[in-house]
Design a protein around this ligand. Sequence first.
Ligand SMILES: Cc1ncc(COP(=O)(O)O)c(C=O)c1O
Length: 428
Amino acid sequence: MLPSDDRTWENNDVTRRRENSERLEAAAKLVVPGGVYGHGALTTRAHPRFFESGTGAHVTDVDGNELIDFMCGYGPNLLGMGHPRVEAAAERQRRKGDCFSGPTARWVELAEALVERIGHADWAMFTKNGTDATTLCTTIARAATGRRKILVARGAYHGAAPWCTPSDAGVPAEDRAHLLHYRYNDLESVAEAVARAGDDLAGIMVSPFRHDTFVDQELPTTEFARGLRRACDRAGAVLMIDEVRAGLRLARGGSWERLSVDPDLSAWGKALGNGYAISAVVGREDLRDAARRVYATGSFWYGGVAMAAACETLAVADEIGLPEMLTATGQQFRAGLEELATANGFSLRQTGPPQLPMVLFEGDTDFSLGKFFTGDAIDRGVYMHPYHNMFLSAAHTPAIVAEALERLSGSFESLRRYVDAAGPEGSR
Ligand SMILES: Cc1ncc(COP(=O)(O)O)c(C=O)c1O
């Protein structure tokens, strides 16, 4: 076995400045619990923790290293950072004001835009983060049905609130008492969970595809999607799709429209404002009354700037035919990685939709290959993740993807040398 600690990539032959990032992290640890917490800490020691600036598909860390970024802020940067039209729309609104005692006209414009593009949407409500949106979905489902149980897929991430956070720390069992699990793409496990919920089933939440961390991504079978719809219809429960991560990259409207399966509610976030804090819940007519009755608000939830950014993001996405564009560059990236891996004697598992690339090394159960590879890639100016799905933006042009692949050919070669130097014990 190769060592799986986070510093193995330092054995490569490229160096990069890291002093500022490490100094800031040490300083943060004194004044912020854990220093950097949350998804930014999900990476390895090789990944810079702090960033200085970004444009399009490139980010620059606090040490001045410029990187082609395949994480896109874990999703929000849909059109690329600092998109001129989105920034201009945000700036126009910022000059007028952002935070009032009520919404701006952007509230109506954005709701109209979502209702127009998402098949099952007859109305929209706005929040700030994805967690707000998924949590609001469960509240509406419970208000509508007068029931308590919510089904989620085992291992799926729906946010950081007590009902869904992956950590048990600080979470009383009561907060999850009405959560039941099924397995993605497994209708038998859905039927079992539905039976356990009995006459208390409020709703089923599902991701457009399985995009859990650490494991292969999995597209839903049509049978699974239709089975969930049927299960909800039979039980009088609410089907909720969590579009927070995948939304807008897979389709212009709802991600399951291609399967002819409409949910009752869906949660949107991340990409919606191209980096501005905005999320949304959209739903069907028969849930409008329940949505009206729940108490949903936040000091910043009326903010006009993020809504102006979102309206423009949607307009630009339509003009450039976004999902098709991302599919093409995603396929280019996938094919290029495959070729480089094979040329260097590695086998990759690239799963799920190419717009959200997931790249794992075959047999790499402790992610030691992935950690070395992504560490080395950062040294060569490509920011990738060893075990989380990545994201493409419209700013990842074919030329930029080709440039990234060129740099990554060095990382595959470096990994080959590293594995060979480790001898038969470390060979794959
Ligand atoms: C599928 C999914 N749902 C919900 C969330 C929570 O969103 P946020 O981090 O904006 O609260 C995320 C965040 O990664 C997500 O990927």
